[in-house]
Design a protein. Structure first.
Length: 63
């Protein structure tokens, strides 16, 4: 598990460990890993306290 920064421009590899007692072959077309591409955007917020605390303050349920 890891994060690849947006300015990274090199190869991404996979390290495989064989914990079996017998060898196995990995062919070029074998699928051995998954990658999830997720775009993270950075926005701006005027007043974080108003969003997270509400009018009653931190932890307030407003009841």
């Amino acid at each position: 598990i890891g994060v690849i920064d947006t300015d990274y421009d090199s190869l991404v590899g996979v390290v495989l460990f064989n914990y079996l007692e017998v060898d196995f072959d990995v062919k070029p077309s074998d699928r051995v890993a998954r990658m999830i591409v997720h775009v993270i955007t950075h926005g701006t917020v005027e007043d974080l306290d108003a969003i997270f605390q509400g009018e009653g303050g931190s932890g307030s349920s407003g009841v």
